[in-house]
Design a protein around this ligand. Sequence first.
Ligand SMILES: [Zn+2]
Length: 66
Amino acid sequence: MASEAPVASGKTRAAFIRVACKDCGNKQILFSRAATHVPCNTCGSELATPTGGRVKLNGEILETLE
Ligand SMILES: [Zn+2]
């Protein structure tokens, strides 16, 4: 009779993040664990680089959305 405790290991949870492009300032939402390169929709500069885990960002994180 185990109680149903919610799993709360937030470290591995993926999230969407709002990032400002460092080149043009465009604000764009992308997935924090994207498996592909994410280009800026406005100037085409690379916003995120896949690393196998969380992406490496080339901009500033403005907000994390879950
Ligand atoms: Zn840009």
